[in-house]
Design a protein around this ligand. Structure first.
Ligand code: CA
Length: 230
């Protein structure tokens, strides 16, 4: 998916509200876990793109959650930002091998947190950043949700937009219908395989300007890829 998914693991409602409001405003998707156990359950269902993890939680400490995530293959490299209170706690975090990629000391400004999140995401998954992606004259600007081809605005429905983004983030890679369903529609939604074909057809039609080539390759019986042959 193109909009990075962030889990906020924090038990203080005011903190949670401020964080999720600011991150959502910046175009991220957020899911909240009010304690460590819940966070681990959520991660088991869906691994997010990044976790903001408070050190002081009612059950498992942030450090313990972090340790468990690092000990699991699927989440070994999951980007984690640890939140700590000013003072002793911050010093301890600094001195400890926490396994977190970054830490932010409370109180912090929302702008600072957004900047840290962006920086960490850019390091861990460049395609999720705000960088404009360009291919075959098609430019996708994830920050503004804008698509152009040869400078002309292309208007896409939300599904076609996500489909294009998903393909552009993985140029040349063949994605099966099943993979596209997971990435574009999400694993919770039941959609038939041929729905993918319908939306691919719409996407192709929208991108088809005079003098341009079809950017999407069909791999018969399998799926689709962004055509990087020429
Ligand atoms: Ca807390």
């Amino acid at each position: 998916m193109s909009r990075a998914l962030i889990y906020i693991v924090e038990d203080e409602p005011a903190q949670v509200e401020m964080l999720s409001y600011n991150l959502e405003t910046e175009g991220f998707r957020t899911v909240i876990a009010e304690n460590g156990e819940r966070a681990l359950l959520l991660v088991e269902e869906t691994v997010p793109d990044l976790i903001i993890l408070d050190w002081m939680l009612p059950d498992l400490s942030g450090i313990e959650v972090c340790r468990r995530l690092r000990a699991t293959a699927e989440t070994k490299r999951l980007p984690i930002i640890m939140l700590t209170a000013r003072g002793e706690e911050a010093d301890r975090v600094r001195g400890l091998e926490t396994g977190a990629d970054d830490y932010v000391v409370k109180p912090y400004s929302p702008a600072e947190m957004v900047a840290r999140v962006r920086a960490l995401l850019r390091r861990s998954s460049p395609a999720l950043g705000d960088d404009i992606m360009e291919y075959a004259g098609i430019a996708v600007d994830p920050a503004q949700h804008k698509v152009t081809r040869l400078g002309q605005a292309i208007h896409l429905g939300p599904t076609e937009y996500r489909l294009l983004l998903t393909l552009m983030e993985r140029p040349g890679r063949v994605l099966s219908r099943g993979q596209l369903l997971d990435l574009v529609w999400g694993q919770e939604v039941y959609v038939e395989d041929r729905t993918v074909d319908v939306h691919i057809r719409r996407l192709r039609k929208a991108l088809d300007l005079a003098g341009t080539k079809d950017p999407i390759r069909t791999i018969r019986g399998t799926g689709y890829a962004l055509n990087t042959d020429d």
